[in-house]
Design a protein around this ligand. Sequence first.
Ligand code: FMN
Length: 404
Amino acid sequence: MSRSVAAPRVVNIQDLRLLAKRRLPRVVFDYIDGGADAEITLRENSRAYDDIAFRPLSAVETPSPDLRTTVLGTPLSMPMILAPVGSSRMFYPHGEEVAARAAGQAGTLYTLSTLSGCKLEDVRRATTGPAWYQVYLCGGRDVACTAIERAKSVGYSALVVTIDTAVAGLRERDVRNGTKELLTRRPWPMLPYVWQFIARPAWLTGFLGDGGLMSFPNVMLSDGPMLYADVGAALEQSTVTWRDLRWIKDLWKGPIVVKGVHIGDDARRAIDAGADAVVVSNHGGRQLDGVRGTVQVLPEVVAAVRGQIEVLVDGGIRRGSDIAKALCLGARAVLIGRAYAYGLGAAGGPGVARAIEILRTDLIRTLKLLGCPSTAALDQSYVDVPRHWLVDQRRSEAKVLFAG
Ligand SMILES: Cc1cc2nc3c(=O)[nH]c(=O)nc-3n(C[C@H](O)[C@H](O)[C@H](O)COP(=O)(O)O)c2cc1C
């Protein structure tokens, strides 16, 4: 473990966040850290975990809790997956490859975003672990089809189809930091914002050494890889619908994970469209602001799914105890986004490895203190949750019964 991210300097994920803030230019740090509009959902994702209280069994010996699980049949060393995080190459040279390698070394799974700065083949080669590929339809079906075929041929084991991005959310911090102006690559519009890079010479050296402003090599348009400045428009023209999902399913012929489900009804629609798993996700509070924290809606989705497919959740996870709470409420596993992105921005591979280690040791300690022998044994009996979350669950069940 690199000393720069070891204890006592780095004890929790917040410490990695502060290190990332120190190493990255403001525009890059805020791209990771920020959310949409008033950032209500961003905050709510983490805060909602505070509303769940543990009910531990005391005086129980749990010498070595078992964290192992499978997700869609793939064995994992713990119930935690690295979520797709676009543009990771901006956080650290070859960022997606570096993060995927750290995930594999930790015995877990990496999800590569369509909006990656590294080629999907290079990322697959970088990890000894399993990997999923996340799909946007930027550039249209033909462009996505090429990427999906490439992903299949190099061994990505599932496709993650993100359905909450009909348009990119308004990230106000990005507007203030001059993201749009910086992407013009024209000196005059850029000038008021370049101080952010000059203030972070170590990052700048790495960034320029890695080729400077990245494009998206997995979105191959007729005139070359999609440029950064074109992402917003491309997303807006390529909303993924349930019809697209069936098309993707036919093309891929392997497991499909639908990411971005907020309500029980959409989980049912995902099942009807052939999903093998859903991720309860609001994109880490980066899309529609004002939706509830994901762990609050998890019981509703779990009830609606009725055990037919696996339910995963992401958003706001910063401690191992958060993972335990999500599992108690029926998640098969969680995905983490910012928790590892901060590590990547702070220190590259060792930073990602440290983020995973923090969450793993937290989770082991939580299980011991709960008197629970394994993550598989976690259930609702270990937590008290606000009543109205479960009322929503009953409402969803009633609806499902009525519909069925
Ligand atoms: C910087 C950043 C970029 C992201 N890019 C993508 C993406 O390209 N595709 C996607 O499906 N989700 C993307 N997400 C959302 C994550 O996959 C995940 O849903 C979210 O980060 C979970 O919340 P958390 O960051 O609080 O853990 C991104 C999140 C962040 C922070």
